[in-house]
Design a protein around this ligand. Sequence first.
Ligand code: ADP
Length: 403
Amino acid sequence: MEYRGLLRAAHYATRLSHAIGEYRYNSRPFSSRPDPRDPMTVDRDSALKQCIETYVDPWLGQTLGEARAVRGVTVEGSRAKVEIGLGFPAADYADELCAALRQQTSTLGWLEHLEVAVSSEIAVHAVQRNLQPLKTIKNVVAVASGKGGVGKSTVAANLAVAWALQGARVGVLDADIYGPSQPRLFGLAGQKPVTRDGKSLQPLTAHGVEVMSIGFLIDEEQPMVWRGPMVTQALTQLLGDTQWSALDYLVVDMPPGTGDTQLTLSQRVPVSGAVIVTTPQDIALIDARKGLRMFEKVAVPVLGVVENMSTHICSRCGHEEHIFGAGGGTELAGQYHVPFLGELPLDLRIRECSDAGQPIVAADPSGPVARAYRDIARRSAARLAASASDQGMAFPRITVEDT
Ligand code: ADP
């Protein structure tokens, strides 16, 4: 299929102009006027609010008060309802948080029944100073690595699927132009995106994620001989000329390395945060360090470091070994004062599922490997949630009630 728009000027990147709904902070105002309710209810109300606000959320690394997550508290005798608004997708987390809050409030003595309503409100987070966030995409998250073959694309795909499974609206842009692997990872290899207006492309969808890749448009057998400026132009166009839906997160699978192309991309695409993938090997860590510095240089916050292939689990005997060394990712994160997002084992099933077009988070959602990817996804989204946001652009969605 010929895609006429692909090689046109890159200014389409920020052209989409779908209106994004207004954010309404839905907390019940705690006003300073005299409260008409009886004093006991007022006391209980504020005691409960204070108790909930001091709970330290393990994913945010902040109290719910610091995260301004307590949206409402209602007390009626010995029964109460609290509304919690988290800034990261948390469908699976609601039960755990409810249990933790019941535990936290058990010291109050008078509370017999606590109802907790958890909702997620993904905000638009700040991007590089000289750029504007994209109109229909709240947050672009770059997944990068200093060198190829460390599992960056696999992390990008599983991160996207994990967020989608938690209720977020997610897309993946495969910017790994020299080795686009997202079509295969999502089971979309050989498919072609359609154009409705001859100018823009409809993304393909799999596992609840919208996907666009240069791999859909080129012959996989042909080596890409594009030079740097062409690559950045094609990629910014691919980003802007795709009819993405309103997305909470667009995961960009960056080309590996820290050269000019990567630097230009990280300067041109409005990115809210970057995830660095490395293996524990010294050589990969040296390159990951360069990646960290590159994002620092262009003022993109690094959400954290993922250590892939940390251990090898023998598929016969289950023996676990640190074949590439131990602790490198944690050390790197510590050195640069960025979070360590988690480690993933070198596991045959990850490769098999990826090759079968089923990211392991979708193929085996309750298995330990999926759990590791899901924790990394939650930790990075929570980290983003705790960073500076443009509150004016966010709007609420996803509500899970536990009564
Ligand atoms: P990159 O994007 O860094 O080049 P990929 O994500 O394409 O790396 O991974 C390279 C190869 O390693 C792929 O075949 C992939 O399935 C495999 N792979 C990635 N992570 C793991 C892992 N943790 N365990 C086993 N195989 C993995």
